[in-house]
Design a protein around this ligand. Structure first.
Ligand code: PGA
Length: 260
């Protein structure tokens, strides 16, 4: 894994957008795996700016999102479909029909998960963007005794409901289940970019980078992927032994880069 540490969230976000833009310039018909949450918002803002001011072209891009809440339809402001339209798709020249999000409003979520797995298998990602939960989840792959391979319906952990209630009127309104891509589709991406920001993610960052591969820290499975870029801000990096010691590499051979 290549690890890049930035002074703050904004610098990390711009670097992430540049990496995605480079991918689109090299391969204009790229398939992007995309993520929701607060973390990628700055990256999406910068991509919109690059589209408006630098002509970054999304006309041939396809996307597939990691997850969706069960029970929320696309018109619900807290659905991840709504988020993606609002934070990115409505502001760039992407074809909406080329953007995929699991069908959280389906009357049969298990069936919707199966259908999404098939759909995702037909469009392998060139670049998968990820955030991470405070508990180490990626997508909604929560800590568990196993890594789930396929897209599945998962129950959200109390800590995740607590963390996500800020988007809702109360914790009671947060859906208890979600459809999430499993590890197969995530790991089959050619390249993975994971963004980690803020002190609440410091422990998860340590689990990802300095721990063993363990389904209790779902992101740790990324250690097995050959091309992962981890971008962190300093607040998220503070517990990494190599950051504290200002060493240039840790035991995984990671490259640490302290951006100005
Ligand atoms: P956040 O969520 O970016 O809103 O912190 C990330 C996640 O839970 O995966």
């Amino acid at each position: 894994m290549q690890v890049q540490i930035y002074r703050n969230y904004d610098q990390m976000s711009v670097a992430a957008a540049r990496l995605i833009a480079a991918q689109l310039r090299i391969k204009p018909d790229s398939v992007l795996g995309l993520a929701t949450g607060s973390t990628p918002e700055g990256c999406y803002r910068e991509l919109i700016r690059m589209h408006r001011e630098e002509g970054l072209d999304f006309s041939r891009v396809s996307t597939k999102n990691l997850d969706e809440y069960v029970g929320l339809d696309p018109s619900n402001e807290n659905s991840y479909r709504y988020f993606m339209n609002d934070k990115l798709f409505n502001h760039v020249n992407i074809r909406k029909e080329a953007t995929q999000v699991p069908d959280g409003a389906s009357a049969d979520p298990e069936k919707a998960a199966e259908a999404y797995e098939k759909l995702c298998a037909s469009m392998p990602a060139d670049l998968q963007l990820l955030g991470i939960g405070g508990n180490g989840h990626i997508g909604f792959n929560e800590p568990d005794t196993i890594f789930h391979a396929s897209t599945f319906v998962t129950a959200l952990k109390p800590g995740t409901i607590e963390a996500n209630k800020r988007f809702f009127h109360s914790a009671d309104e947060v859906p208890r289940h979600a459809i999430t891509m499993g590890m197969r589709q995530i790991l089959q991406a050619k390249k993975i970019l994971i963004l980690i920001s803020g002190p609440a993610k410091a422990e998860a960052a340590k689990g990802l980078l300095a721990g063993v591969v363990d389904p209790q820290v779902p992101a740790s499975i990324l250690q097995l992927h050959p091309d992962v870029v981890v971008m962190l801000d300093e607040a998220a990096a503070r517990d990494l032994p190599a950051f504290q010691q200002h060493e240039s590499a840790d035991r995984f051979g990671n490259c640490y880069f302290f951006a100005e």
